[in-house]
Ligand binder design. Structure first.
Ligand SMILES: NC(=O)c1ccc[n+]([C@@H]2O[C@H](COP(=O)([O-])OP(=O)(O)OC[C@H]3O[C@@H](n4cnc5c(N)ncnc54)[C@H](O)[C@@H]3O)[C@@H](O)[C@H]2O)c1
Ligand SMILES: O=C(O)C1=N[C@H](C(=O)O)CCC1
Length: 264
């Protein structure tokens, strides 16, 4: 039997790719496409909006259908609605929305007591693998003579609303934990003075239609290492999220990561 899924934010850039890939996956059955009622395409067929032709599923803000998993790529308020929908439906939740505030994060942790939740700022396989590689690098370089400066650069499309990306922040968190760094700064201007060793700096670039790119720099005296991971389109995130929904459906309540999903 296919796993029944719902998508929250179904008319968005990511939502459209989830509708397209989810509806052609034989192990899944797409049963609901949720959208904000003020969206200009609200009520239209989700397949038409995604550019794959009519699916017979409309963009709605409520449904009588039951589903085993709901995937959220929306905005913080939409994420809040997705958590409530998941808890009410006793469904698994795949939480992909970034830029969440502490109140939303607390709600996710609380909901994980009653439903399974996969929560990750990036559903991409190569991004999650690069996170592992950064942890290895950070561990190896934490006590290197002369110190290793960590800077994280990210590039995304001009429409992105949060900054820096959730993925950049997660890279920084993982590296900081390994290296014992507590200071995180965002860009530099004026005369900030000599760079201290105990900080991680984030630099966010917003141009064109870039679907996402991260470079993590480990700068030593005399040599530099850079790890770059780059999406060429959004399907790496969409297919990772669908994989996460299959993984989480029917699992016991708790918080799961993409490492759990991907076996990393
Ligand atoms: N974790 C990942 O792998 C990953 C990958 C890509 C994007 N993202 C994140 O996903 C989010 C969405 O990205 P996007 O580029 O698709 O944005 P988008 O603006 O194109 O789409 C968001 C959609 O959510 C809808 N929405 C707003 N309020 C809603 C509500 N209350 N209920 C349901 N839907 C609602 C909007 O109308 C819009 O259609 C962002 O936070 C982004 O950073 C995460
Ligand atoms: O397009 C976006 O927005 C993306 N956001 C995620 C983030 O903030 O980390 C992941 C990549 C795409």
């Amino acid at each position: 039997m296919p796993i029944t899924i719902a998508i929250n934010g179904a008319a968005g850039r990511m939502g459209q790719r989830l509708v397209a890939l989810g509806s052609e996956d034989k192990s899944l059955e797409l049963v609901a496409c949720f959208e904000y009622s003020g969206h200009p395409k609200f009520g239209q067929d989700a397949g038409d909006v995604a550019g794959i032709g009519e699916l017979g599923l409309h963009l709605v803000d409520q449904t009588d259908e039951t589903y085993e998993a709901i995937i959220d790529f929306s905005v913080p308020e939409g994420a809040h609605a997705a958590i409530e929908r998941a808890v009410q439906a006793k469904a698994a939740l795949v939480m992909a929305t970034t830029g969440l505030e502490e109140q939303h994060k607390a709600k996710i942790r609380e909901a994980a007591n009653v439903i399974p939740i996969v929560w990750a700022p990036s559903m991409s396989t190569t991004v999650n693998l690069t996170m592992k590689l950064c942890e290895i690098a950070a561990d190896a370089l934490k006590d290197i003579q002369g110190g290793a400066d960590v800077e994280i650069m990210e590039r995304h499309h001009r429409y992105k609303e949060d900054s820096p990306s959730g993925t950049a922040l997660r890279f920084g968190e993982l590296i900081a934990n390994k290296m014992g760094i507590t200071k995180h700064i965002h860009g530099r201007e004026g005369r900030p003075g000599k760079r201290p060793h105990d900080e991680i700096a984030y630099h966010a670039i917003r141009t064109g239609d870039n679907p996402g790119e991260h470079t993590i720099i480990f700068g030593l005296l005399g040599e530099t290492m850079e790890l770059t991971v780059r999406a060429s389109n959004r399907d790496c995130y969409a297919s990772g999220a669908l994989q996460a929904a299959k993984f989480a459906a029917g699992k016991k309540p708790g918080l799961y990561s993409m490492n759990d999903v991907l076996g990393l």
